[in-house]
Design a binder for this molecule. Sequence first.
Ligand code: PLP
Length: 488
Amino acid sequence: MQETPSFQNKTTMVIRRSPLVAEYGRLEEESPRQDNLPREVQRKKPDVFPHLKEPLLMRHYHRLARMNYSWDDGLYPLGSCTMKYNPVMHDSLSARPAYLNAHPAWGEEYSQGALRLVYETQKMLEDILDIHSVNLQPAAGAHGELTGVFMIRRYFEDKGVDKNNILIPDSAHGTNPASAMMSAFDSVQVKSLPDGTLDLEDLKNKINDKTAALMITNPNTLGVFEKNIIAIKEILENYHALLFMDGANLNAIAGRVSFKKMGVDVTQLNLHKTFSTPHGGGGPGQGAIGASERMAPYLPSPSLRMTLKDQKPWYEFYSPAKSIGKMKAWYGQFGIIIRAWAYLKTVGNRMADISGKAVLNANYIKNELSGFLEPASENPSMHEAVFSQKTLTDAGISTMNLAKALLDRGFYAPTVYFPLNVPGAIMIEPTETESKEEMDYFISCVREIVDMARASDEGRARIAGSPYDTAVRHIDEVGAARNPRLQW
Ligand SMILES: *Cc1c(COP(=O)(O)O)cnc(C)c1O
C-alpha cells in the first residue's frame, strides 16, 4: 500500500449525533407575530418554541454543517455528476447586487446588460460545440431532453411524416427513455456491444420508417465515446430519422469534437456539470439546447438574439418560426448562466485542456485500479471509469460495502449500481481538478479495502460492517423511502 499523504489523515472528530434544538433548548409557549396574516391561517393558541443561547445555536448549526461532505473536504468521485472544483470567484460574481436585484419582468429595455451576458454565453457554447444555435431556456438536463424530443415531434408534424418511436441504446442515461415516453413516443432499446459501443446490427434490426430519432448519450454512461457515430448517422438518414445526442457528458469532449460533423440534430447540455456549478449540489441546474440548422426553427420560444438598434447591439427575445413554444416561465436560471459565462471567459480557448485532463485522470484511476476492480469495458475511458462488481464478489463483499468503506476513509462514495447494464456497477469520475496526490490516496484506499476483504474472514466482516465513522451508520434506505417520518 502506498504511503498516505499526511494532509489526508483525518483529524476531525466524528460527530455521532446532534440533538435537535427542541431537545436541549428551553421550551416556551410563544405566540408568533401573525398580525399581517389572514385570520383563517392564524394560530388559535400559542405554540411551543425552543429557546437557547446564541453560542449554543452557533455550535448546533456548525455541527450540522460538519456532517456534510463537499468538494472542499476531498475527492468527490460521484460518477456522471462531474463534481469538480468550481471557482468561488464565479459564485461571488453571480451574487453581485446588480444581478441579484434584476427581475425578468423589467423587460428588454432595462435588461440589456443581463441579456448580453446570456447571449454571449449562447455564442460561446455554439463555438465550443460547433452547432448552429443554442437556447438557454431549459431548467436542467432532463428538461433539455424533453425540450429536444418536443422539437423532434414538431419537426415531423410540420413535415407531415408519421413517426412513433425513438431508439435508445441500453447504455443511455436513464432520463432518456423517460423523456421519450413523456412526449408520447415509444422507446425502443438498442443493445450495445461488450466494448460499450452501439451494436450497429441491432440498430439496423430495430430501426424502421416510424423511427423519429436515435437518442444517444455520447460519451455514454460507460464512459465510452461512440466511435461509429458517422456510420450511425448514415443509417438514421436512410430512414429520415434524426440524431439526438445527450451532451451532458460534455466535460469529456468539450473543445475537441464538432457536433456539426457528427451530424447532431439536437443536443442538450448541463451547464451545472461542465460549466461551474456542481450537479449534486441540490441547487438549481441549468440546461441548454443545441440545434442544427434544420432544427433551429423549432427551438423554444422565447429565444434570444442580437440585432442592431441605432447602429448599436440590441438584445431581444423572439419566437423562432416554428417554435414548440414555452418550456419554462422565464429564460433559464440566470444565476447559473452568470457562473457559466464567467467560467467560459476564464477558460478562453483552453477548453480542450480541461476535457483532456478530465479524460487523463479517469484513465489513470482506471489503470491503477484494474486488477483490484474489473473494468466494465476494454475501451479506454473518457471522463469516468466504470467497473463491475466481479472482483468484489470474488472477495466476498458487495459494491455497496466498498462504497460504505470509502466513507470511513474520508471520501464521498462513487456512483454505485448505475449504469444498469453493468452488474453491481461502480462509476468513478475524478474530473480534471483532482491532483495526482489526491487520486493516489483514493486509489490506495480502494486497494486496501479489496485487499482486506481478500485476506481473511475477519477482514471481510470488517468491510461488510462499514461504515463505522459516520454520524449515522446503517440506514434502512428502502424503509426511509417507503415510510418517511418527516416530523419530530
Ligand atoms: C446528469 C445527466 C442527465 C440529467 O441531467 P439533470 O440536470 O440531472 O436533469 C442526462 N443525461 C446525462 C448523460 C447525464 O449525465
